[in-house]
Design a protein. Structure first.
Length: 290
């Protein structure tokens, strides 16, 4: 499966409207050269820059603030076909109910549709047919800006390759995830520091991502995924590139932090030892799915 990576800061800048005023253009240039600045988030125009990409919309809408349903995710007859060529049917009529506060592991052979299923739940890939109902919302019926806001409020995503922005520090990466939802820099910084301390990264707040080890970067990614207090955390092979010691640390952090926040965790993994620690394991099979 081809993962959809987090939009980088350069891609955000690339899509800024060319017709914006000279002042906006100047701000854009400042952000493009942000790696040379001591504090990129001091830019008064970063909110406009974030909003220039639909994936970073901060628009208000009717999405509920809470998710009070016992069955938090309902998946019915879900199918995903990639047209190719050649055409590839990845998911064939998947039916799953996932419950509030549950930890679910998804296992299976490579190519069985694990990551595709996670991406469909997260609303970052398109459904061919069937439905996914999350917290009372049919996500396939949502308009793009509503789906974006919904993801920001309800879903935290952790990738196998952390997908952090290399131009920013650990602290800034976590702050940006909050600023996308609510532009309050002081609150974002307070929450980001607290989370980074909880994942053992309190002494590395101002380090660039390239200065961190793989395990450290993944801990920052966990903090980024949790800063908006999502009801659902999706983790796609978060320990896949780590040694046994760091994999165990990441697993413990995910379990403890999601339990503390009463969130639902869905983790794709090839590790049977990690899968066995979940409340329930869903095994995907080639052609048959589940």
């Amino acid at each position: 499966m081809t993962e959809k990576k987090t939009t980088s800061k350069k891609n955000i800048d690339k899509n800024v409207d060319k017709k914006k005023s000279t002042k906006s253009a100047s701000s854009k240039k400042t952000i493009e050269n942000s790696s040379k600045e001591k504090d990129i988030l001091n830019s008064s125009n970063i909110k406009k820059t974030l909003e220039s990409k639909s994936n970073f919309s901060i628009k208000k809408n009717s999405v509920k603030k809470e998710c009070d349903k016992e069955v938090i995710i309902e998946i019915k007859d879900l199918k995903k076909v990639y047209k190719g060529p050649p055409t590839a049917s990845v998911l064939s009529g998947v039916n799953i109910d996932i419950y509030k506060n549950e930890i679910v592991s998804i296992t299976g052979e490579s190519g069985s549709g694990k990551t595709t299923l996670l991406n469909l739940i997260g609303g970052i890939d398109d459904i061919t047919s069937g439905s996914i109902n999350i917290c009372g919302h049919n996500i396939e019926l949502m308009k793009e800006h509503d789906l974006t806001t919904f993801r920001n409020k309800f879903i935290g995503y952790i990738f196998q390759f952390h997908n952090l922005l290399n131009e920013f520090t650990a602290l800034e990466n976590v702050m940006i995830a909050f600023l996308i939802k609510e532009y309050n820099k002081s609150l974002a910084k307070t929450k980001a520091i607290e989370l980074l301390q909880q994942v053992g990264m309190g002494s590395r707040l101002h380090h660039q991502i390239g200065e961190l080890s793989g395990g450290e970067a993944q801990r920052v990614a966990i903090a980024r995924a949790l800063i908006n207090e999502p009801a659902i955390v999706l983790a796609d092979e978060p320990t896949g590139n780590l040694d046994k010691k760091n994999a165990s640390l990441i697993q413990e952090l995910l379990w403890n932090l999601t339990r503390q926040r009463k969130a639902t965790l869905i983790i794709v993994t090839h590790s049977q030892s990690i899968a066995s620690l979940a409340d329930r394991t869903i095994k995907m099979e080639l052609d048959l799915n589940i």
